[in-house]
Ligand binder design. Structure first.
Ligand code: EPZ
Length: 417
């Protein structure tokens, strides 16, 4: 398993390009299942999770060609309705094929995704929504078995504003008969991006980005050529790195509107942030102010930025309270940060972070995607050498992160094992 070695203490300077958004690309690539013909997706990030979803789509019968950041998918002959355990267990977002398969083939057999490090990750609301649309759902031998003669529009109330749940239901409802309203829908930019693609395919959708999405079913959808929006979590991660190291970094090809809560909180720490269209310039300062944060569904502060912000707070000047309200076990990175000298006390879903003068480099282990990124950030600012193990977690969601940091002057390298 590869590891990443970082020598801390260098201020990051220069320019860096933002890659396409993982959490937009995944549902958008899956939406090709809803069409007969060739879809072209550009600005697709080169990530392990993207490889996994392409593997699954080709297993279902799609023809896929990749050329750099362009992925072409022809789903004219989808013959297989089954997503097997060995593919789904690699990436939970595989569950996104459930809605489109039911809409397209009227049946689906998809392995239940297990939990993961950050939480149980149930899919009960995905299944509730699809059942409201008329699918019969059974759980057998670790699989979801779903059938639907004809999907019919319905009013659907989500107890939690689930992101992939909203996406799954939306991708089924677009080919259902009649009108569907999804209440308490997720409002993330990735939901809007998916709705924009579906509308370009010919779907009739209103209200994406609000908590009530109305969908009038249509009889068929046509293939499209679209570009993936920039990754707001990669953007936030790189912004934290610039502030953390007291650097001066220009992020190119970002979407500042997608991370207002993060920009607001970073400004409160004293960071100098200048927005110029799709570019964001971030300058760090010596005395980082401690700021409290509570993670919430969009447009609140994203759970996916919690670990990264915690690293910044661990070297800030005071006391910061960080509440994680989205997932039940998303403080796994705390133990590793404490081994680097961070002063953090966890009580339930709250973490009290007392800023220290300096972190010290150490061998640490990534436990999930964003926790892994936070350990790299800690290594950038710690005294001495940090060795981050199990970087395959990082490779799932960050495109060549160590190369981007090296390009900004960090002393960082990947050691292949
Ligand atoms: C999406 O996961 C993202 N993944 C996650 O990003 C992100 O952290 C999360 O949304 C929250 O923003 C993708 O988009 C591929 P949820 P998702 O369903 O859809 C509960 C990353 O690092 N819930 O919105 O799985 C659930 O337990 C990943 O890129 C139910 O109770 O998240 C959680 O507490 C990590 N029943 C809350 O909702 C359900 O049926 C939010 O989960 C579904 C969810």
């Amino acid at each position: 398993m590869d590891k990443i070695i970082v020598e801390g203490g260098r201020a990051l300077t220069g320019e860096v390009n933002i890659s396409g958004a993982k959490n937009a690309a995944l549902p958008i690539l899956v939406s090709s299942l809803l069409t007969d013909g060739l879809c072209t997706f550009s600005n697709v990030p080169n990530l392990k999770d993207i490889e996994s979803i392409k593997l699954l789509l080709s297993h279902l019968g799609a023809k896929i060609e990749t050329d750099g950041d362009v992925v072409k998918i022809d789903a004219s002959n989808i013959l297989n309705h089954e997503a097997p355990y060995d593919l789904v267990r690699k990436m939970r977002a595989s569950i996104l094929v459930l809605g489109p398969l039911i809409a397209r083939l009227k049946k689906a057999r998809v392995s239940l995704p297990g939990g993961c490090a950050i939480g149980a990750r149930p899919i009960n609301l995905h299944l509730k929504g699809l059942a409201c649309l008329g699918a019969s759902i059974e759980l057998k031998h670790g699989y979801v078995e779903a059938y639907a003669k004809k999907l019919k529009g319905s009013e659907i109330y989500l107890d939690v504003a689930t992101v992939t749940g909203t996406e799954n239901i939306m991708m089924a409802a677009v080919l259902a008969k009649g009108s569907t309203v999804i209440h308490n829908a997720a409002r993330e930019p990735e939901i809007i991006a998916l709705a924009d693609v579906l509308k370009k395919m010919g779907a009739d959708i209103h209200g994406a980005g609000t908590s009530a999405i109305t969908i009038m079913g249509v009889s068929s959808l046509s293939p499209v050529s679209v570009s993936i929006i920039p990754d707001r979590i990669e953007t936030g991660t790189l912004m934290v790195a610039a502030v953390l190291t007291g650097g001066d970094v220009k992020l190119l090809g970002a979407e500042p509107d997608h991370l207002e809560a993060v920009i607001h909180k970073l400004s409160l720490t004293g960071a100098k942030i200048k927005i110029d269209g799709k570019n964001i310039r971030v300058k760090g300062i010596d005395n980082i102010a401690s700021v409290d944060v509570k993670t919430l569904p969009y447009p609140g502060f994203p759970s996916d930025m919690q670990a990264q912000f915690m690293v910044l707070m661990s070297v800030a000047g005071g006391l910061s309270l960080i509440f994680e309200t989205v997932f039940e076990n998303r403080f796994i990175h705390v133990g590793e940060l404490k081994r680097m000298g961070a002063d953090i006390t966890v009580a339930g879903n709250a973490a009290m972070v007392k800023g220290v003068k300096m972190l010290s480099g150490a061998p640490v282990m990534a436990s999930d995607l964003r926790a892994g990124a936070s350990l790299i950030l800690a290594g950038l600012v710690a005294r001495g050498k940090t060795e981050v193990n199990r970087v395959y977690h990082l490779d799932r969601g960050y495109e060549a992160l160590e190369e981007k940091f090296a390009g900004l002057g960090a002393a960082i390298k990947r050691v292949k094992e």
